[in-house]
Design a protein. Structure first.
Length: 173
């Protein structure tokens, strides 16, 4: 079965970054967990059986950034210089009340840290969901996206500046 899959798909390989120079890499990602007003109130008022979801989610995001290579198969394990996670409770967010999440990851490495930032945001959102699901199973995790990145041979990226590299994306044949 595996032999059939290997010939029918593009080969799977981890990119060799051995010859790349060590440079400072940063990436910032964001996302949000949309919920009912009562759920947001319970978070703000500290009325959850499992404890403080904001502090717990911050820790979960840091842990996820550090372990990204364990869950994303072709992601290089990286020694991270720093991980900053911020969560905000927003009562009037677009789409409804939400906890917004922002993660910035820094590393001096041969490859970027975009996946680490995205993993951090996702893990933080999942943690808040886990800690509040007893009162709101209808929450949605939305808009997990890369906001910016610096360093590397492909240059910087900044979503807020209207940057897009969708036109440059190609799939090797």
């Amino acid at each position: 079965m595996l032999a059939i899959m290997e010939t029918s798909l593009h080969p799977i390989q981890m990119i060799d970054v051995g010859s790349k120079p060590l440079t400072l890499r940063t990436a910032t990602a964001s996302g949000r967990l949309v919920m009912q007003p009562a759920t947001l109130a319970a978070i703000r008022e500290g009325r959850l059986a499992k404890g403080d979801p904001i502090a717990t989610a911050r820790l979960a995001g840091i842990m996820a950034a550090k372990r990204t290579a364990d869950i994303v198969p072709l992601c290089h394990p990286l020694p991270l210089d720093g991980v900053d996670i911020s969560l905000q409770c927003i009562a009037t967010a677009e789409g409804g009340p939400a906890v917004t999440i922002r993660a910035t990851v820094r590393a001096t490495a041969k490859t970027g840290v975009e996946m680490e930032a995205l993993a951090a945001v996702t893990a933080a959102a999942l943690t808040v969901y886990d800690m509040t699901k007893s009162i709101d199973r209808g929450m949605t995790i939305e808009a997990v996206q890369l906001e910016s990145k610096t360093g590397g041979s492909r240059g910087d990226y900044d979503r807020s500046a209207g940057a897009t590299d969708r036109d440059l994306t190609t799939v090797p044949e």
